[in-house]
Ligand binder design. Structure first.
Ligand code: SF4
Length: 338
C-alpha cells in the first residue's frame, strides 16, 4: 500500500497538507462524487472536513462503507434536527470556568490549549464548541495557576480536544513545565487522536519530553476500529509504551463503524499488540448532527455482552456515558442488575 510514503514525512508537513475537500477525498478513494448526496457539502461547510493523508491511506479504495471513511465524510443527515440532539450535549459551557479551563470532575480538570484537530470526526461532541473564545493565552497562566491552587483536590490535568498534539513540542513543553511547577499536580493526561491519524507525531522529541517530565503522563489515544492500527501505527505507539508512558485507548460506539462485537474484539487485541490498554467505550454523546451514528440501547447491550463473553476481562473497555453535570462518567452495563 501507499502507507510507507507517510512514514518518511514529518508530522508537521502532514498536518499542513490535510484533505479539506470531500471531492478530493472521494477521488483518492476511487469513489463517485455521487456519494456526496445533496446537503453533504453544506454539512462540510458547517464542520469542515479535515483528514490527514496518512489516515486516508488506511481506507479501502472503492468501498463507500469503509469504517474509517464513515467517521470523517460529511453526510447530509448531519443537517437534520432530532429531539435530544443539541449543540452542547455535555453542558460544557456551564463547566467553562475561565479561558481553557473546563472543570467537571473533582480531582481533575480539562485544559484546552488549542481548538485545532488533525481530523474532524463527524460524531465529535465538541463539533460546535466555541474554541476561539476559550483558548488560554500566556497571560492567562497566572489565573490558571491561581485556580488550581485554590482547589486542593485537583491532582491531575487533562489536555483535551481540540487536539493537544497538534501543538508543537516546544509549546507543549512550555505548558507541561508550567503544570509541573505546581506541586499538587501529579498526573498529566493527554487525550489525542493524532498518533492514530498521523503516527509520525510520535517523534523523538515528543517521547523525550513525555518521559522526562516530573509528571506521570498518561496518553489516551482515540481509535475506533482495528483498521486504524496498521503495523506502523502500532510500532509508533509501542515506542511510547517502551518508555513507560501509560497509553490507553478510548473508542466511541458508532453505528456503521464499529457496532459489532467482532470489530471491537479485533480492536482490543490490536491495541494490546501495541501495548495499549482499552479504557473506555463511549456511548455516543447526543450532539446535533450525529444522530445517524446512534444505536438502540438493546443493540448496545447485546454488543457489550458479546464483548464480555469473547474477551479476557483486562481487554474489555468500560462502557460509559457522560451525563452533563455528573461528577464522573456513568458506567452503563449491568447497573440495573444491582
Ligand atoms: S479528534 Fe477528538 S476533539 Fe477532534 S474532532 Fe475528533 S473527536 Fe473531536
Amino acid at each position: 500500500m501507499i502507507n510507507y510514503l507517510y512514514q518518511e514525512q514529518n508530522w508537521q508537513s502532514q498536518l499542513s497538507d490535510l484533505i479539506t475537500d470531500p471531492r478530493e477525498l472521494l477521488n483518492i478513494l476511487e469513489l463517485s462524487e455521487q456519494q456526496l448526496l445533496s446537503g453533504a457539502l453544506l454539512a462540510s461547510n458547517q464542520f469542515k472536513l479535515r483528514i490527514p493523508r496518512a489516515f486516508v491511506a488506511k481506507m479501502q479504495k472503492g468501498n463507500p462503507l469503509d469504517p474509517l471513511l464513515l467517521q470523517v465524510l460529511p453526510h447530509h443527515l448531519e443537517l437534520e434536527d432530532h429531539p435530544g440532539f443539541v449543540t452542547d450535549p455535555l453542558g460544557e459551557e456551564q463547566a467553562n470556568q475561565q479561558p481553557g479551563v473546563l472543570h467537571k470532575y473533582k480531582s481533575r480538570f480539562l485544559l484546552t490549549l488549542t481548538g485545532a484537530c488533525a481530523v474532524h470526526c463527524r460524531y465529535c461532541f465538541r463539533r460546535h464548541f466555541p474554541y476561539q473564545e476559550n483558548l488560554p493565552k500566556t497571560e492567562d497562566w497566572d489565573n490558571i495557576r491561581n485556580y488550581i491552587e485554590s482547589q486542593p483536590d485537583i491532582n491531575e490535568v487533562i489536555l483535551s480536544g481540540g487536539d493537544p498534539l497538534t501543538l508543537s513540542n516546544r509549546k507543549l513543553n512550555i505548558w507541561i513545565e508550567r503544570l509541573a511547577s505546581i506541586p499538587q499536580i501529579k498526573f498529566l493526561r493527554i487525550h489525542s487522536r493524532v498518533p492514530i491519524v498521523i503516527p509520525n507525531r510520535v517523534d523523538e522529541s515528543l517521547i523525550s519530553l513525555l518521559k522526562n517530565s516530573r509528571l506521570r503522563i498518561i496518553l489516551v489515544v482515540h481509535s475506533n476500529h482495528a483498521s486504524e492500527l496498521d503495523d506502523f501505527t502500532c510500532s509508533q505507539l509501542a515506542k511510547l509504551v517502551e518508555q513507560n508512558i501509560t497509553v490507553l485507548n478510548q473508542a466511541v460506539l458508532l453505528n456503521g463503524v464499529n457496532n459489532s462485537a467482532q470489530v471491537l474484539v479485533d480492536l482490543s487485541y490490536r491495541l494490546f499488540d501495541a501495548g495499549v490498554m482499552p479504557y473506555y467505550l463511549h456511548v455516543l454523546d447526543k450532539v446535533k448532527g450525529a444522530h445517524h451514528f446512534d444505536l438502540m440501547p438493546q443493540d448496545i447491550d447485546h454488543i457489550y455482552k458479546e464483548l464480555l463473553a469473547n474477551l479476557p476481562g483486562y481487554l474489555v473497555p468500560k462502557l460509559v456515558r457522560e451525563i452533563a453535570g455528573e461528577k464522573n462518567k456513568t458506567p452503563l452495563f449491568g447497573v440495573s442488575t444491582y
